[in-house]
Design a protein around this ligand. Sequence first.
Ligand code: AHR
Length: 502
Amino acid sequence: HSARLTIDPRFRVGSIDRRVFGSFVEHLGRCVYDGIYEPTHPTADEEGFRTDVLDLVRELGVSTVRYPGGNFVSGFRWEDSVGPREERPRRLDLAWHSTETNEVGLHEFARWLERASSELMLAVNLGTRGTQEALDLLEYCNVTSGTALSDLRGEHGSKQAFGVRMWCLGNEMDGPWQLGHRSADDYGKLASQTAKAMRQLDPEVELVVCGSSSAAMPTFGEWERVVLEHTYEDVDYISCHAYYEERDGDLASFLASSVDMDRFIRTVAATADHVKALTRSEKTLAISFDEWNVWYLDHFRSVEQITGIDTWPVAPRLLENVYTVADAVVVGSLMMSLLRHADRVRAASLAQLVNVIAPIMTEPGGPVWRQTTYFPFALTSRLARGVALQVPVETTRHRTATYGEVDTVDALATHDAETGQGAVFLVNRSTTESCSVEVDVRSLGAVAVLEAHQLHDADPHARNTLEQPERVTTAAPRVVDLVDGVLTVELPPVSWTAVSLG
Ligand code: AHR
């Protein structure tokens, strides 16, 4: 197999917002407790946060972290999570059938994020609560001082306002599993009212209204239209959520998951543009793809096994997917899909960050390690800079059961005018054949290969585990040559590759 493509900085899609490299920390399973936080761990800092985890989070290059949920937020009372720790209530978390101790709350998480050099993106509870509680939380977070709630924040240890810019207006309100789930009409009205009120308090906030929790929802499309007809002028983003998995051993379809993500983004953008026309609006709505990943949803069912009202555990092992090489190739290609729509996708969150469907795993009292999916995320976050470019690819195509004919090689390129550096990301979706790719980079000028990384393994289902934490890692591609402005790279089957040039 062979493929050919051209990188040209004039073919720009849009500037890359760093918020596209966001992630997500939910009070779910061992994401917070025994994940980022474990006071008895040998590497814990004075606040109880694991510094070995923090090191990997920094290396991952996470720009923004969505918090504290997820489904969790729809039953969350934010007041429980602030003030003296010994006075914080223990609560039942209905979403995950767990007990929430509130040992880690808003202040602790904000301090953790400072250490991680990431931005806080908060979700308000529009499940069991409403506009007033959202306003209270906004006052608590963003007013400098001199009001009841801003002064309370000062008494709780943060004289300085948190200054949170990004806010989600609830979570997955289209999902029947969501506490306070409602119709598009009811949610649209509540979201509009809450958004207007929040802007009245702080005009600087950037607001995300809930889109569908997946493109497979029966209300997909109609939900977006109705919700946006209520909220178009009040919000800045509509959310998309998507999870992919290898089903019934159909690796070929799974490797083409980004075909679905591309279509999902285009459909939501088209629906938003339809409402733009209906409302005669001047503004174009952005997309916040604030939950995306590979997720083997079977594990979801483990929540249902937690029964008995008096026995809901603290930080149980939930949704702890162990990712394969193929999963990582898909994660890399999903990031390419997000960047390919850089003009519309202005924020995104890999769900989630630690232990729960996460690139980073920990053992209590023990080590931290990188899952396979860690590598494409970290490398894309570091190398994809400046603007995303359109990359027409001449490639063979092959048939998949789920998506029909798809390109065998998928590609995305970026270019940073400030540094003159470019990067190209390549996926070989073939399960059997290698592919030699030629990339015409002449319009980048006289460049050399700065770095080249490839994720591939003879066993596409190889994983990193507690016993073998470094079984899978990236290596230099077997062939990577740059001669007369043409880059040649060899892509083995089921592989993800990144090359930076400058
Ligand atoms: O990320 C796990 C869960 O997936 C989130 O809590 C929810 O929003 C989604 O259904």
